[in-house]
Design a protein around this ligand. Sequence first.
Ligand SMILES: [Zn+2]
Ligand SMILES: [Zn+2]
Length: 240
Amino acid sequence: MKFIADTHIHSIASNHAYSTIMENIEAARQKGLVYMAMTEHGPKMPDAPHIWHCVNQWEVPSVYNGVNILHGAEVDIMDEEGTLDIDDHILAGLEWVIASMHTPCIKPSTKENHTKAWLNIAKNPHVDVIGHCGDGRYDFDHETVIKAFKEYGKIVEIDNGSFGSRPHTESNCAEIARWCKRLEVPIVVDSDAHFAANIGVFDKAIKILTEIDFPERLIINTDVERFEQIVAQKRAGLNR
Ligand SMILES: [Zn+2]
Ligand SMILES: [Zn+2]
């Protein structure tokens, strides 16, 4: 499998990450990636940047040193109503929006609550990608929720960075990917890199996808044309 994009990347704008945007772009270029996304944490993460980082990211051009840049965010889910920590009018102008659950922003509770939260996120038109939902602390009803992701056209993330850092990611991601395969839901494989050298490193995600014989045509970032179609659609609907 050859990957052409890494769509989940952090920079030193958050204190728990270790590379600059420039270093990230250079790493993506060296790995032969055609696209990378800037997806900094939303402002409710304890050491995330001020919202100005998000709104001012257009200072970074759409193509730099041969790498296409998607301007985005990893927005935080705050509660089971699906409240996010970046306003809709800002999200409406971003090219790549990942919505994720992080413990400082939403405490793990019951399977019912997590299911409700994901169902509300599914309905949010500003969210493109469902972030690292294989986190075992946030158990949910896979069948019900992944059907909703399909209904509302969401892309499910298989996040290489979560293996080893979030409990039960491997078994949960395998089950989630099986549902995506069964229901024909597109997925994206990405790194969630907090250090430039980890950009484009997808080994653990590839391992589980290979084990369940996941169809490559449902992985949006293995083919430039397939990926560009999605980006073009997204860009056409932007409200900036
Ligand atoms: Zn982070
Ligand atoms: Zn995250």
